[in-house]
Design a protein around this ligand. Sequence first.
Ligand SMILES: NC(=O)c1ccc[n+]([C@@H]2O[C@H](COP(=O)([O-])OP(=O)(O)OC[C@H]3O[C@@H](n4cnc5c(N)ncnc54)[C@H](OP(=O)(O)O)[C@@H]3O)[C@@H](O)[C@H]2O)c1
Length: 210
Amino acid sequence: MRILLLGATGLVGGQILKQALENQSVDFVVAPVRREISSHTKLSAPIIDFDHITKAMLKEWNVDAVICALGTTIKVAGSRDAFSKVDFEYPLAFAKCAKEAGVEIFVLNSAMGADESSRIFYNQVKGRIENALKELKFRSLYFIRPGLIGGERAEFRLGEILGKIVLKSLHYVLPKKLRINPASSIASAMLQAAIEGKEGVEIMTSDRLI
Ligand SMILES: NC(=O)c1ccc[n+]([C@@H]2O[C@H](COP(=O)([O-])OP(=O)(O)OC[C@H]3O[C@@H](n4cnc5c(N)ncnc54)[C@H](OP(=O)(O)O)[C@@H]3O)[C@@H](O)[C@H]2O)c1
């Protein structure tokens, strides 16, 4: 199968890319990015303008499934609007074009607490994108909802570092759903979801991502 991977340069996306390239069920990965990445015989990584996503791109890429691991933080993005662009507008634009191009499997890296009516802006945006994707009526739609993601990241995120110290020290007493979710486990769940493409909407909670 052919997979469209969004966010291939990220912590989770990087793991998905590695696993997809090694997976026998995946024939080819298209991973649109903002900067050049290492080449591979099974990979096309076009540098695109994320503000201009078109149905023609999706037609040309001819994929069977979309895996979206795009994301940012309000701090990095600079504003709530800029954050929403990456976590809501881009995934939705890709999803709409994919659906129009005949793709029927979409796997989203959402987050624990995703809820459109949440008072927490981050959770609200994650809830909004989940609901907007549901309206597109993909045959197979997955929301992967991790808690704190584990793995090495180049960027310094103080909140994440402190969170990981606390969660690691409490690992054995915490309920499964509150434990750190390794990026590799999230990636594996997302890739398997795309390959299986079960009919309906499935929410995968953090206790299944450890
Ligand atoms: N951090 C956590 O503990 C946590 C917990 C629950 C859920 N999540 C969610 O999990 C998902 C993946 O997280 P992650 O930690 O793997 O993310 P990450 O490492 O920050 O990677 C994000 C990806 O999105 C891309 N991206 C960011 N801004 C962009 C923009 N303006 N235009 C185009 N691409 C852009 C990045 O590309 P560049 O490399 O070009 O920047 C990168 O490929 C996110 O949706 C996040 O909200 C995170």
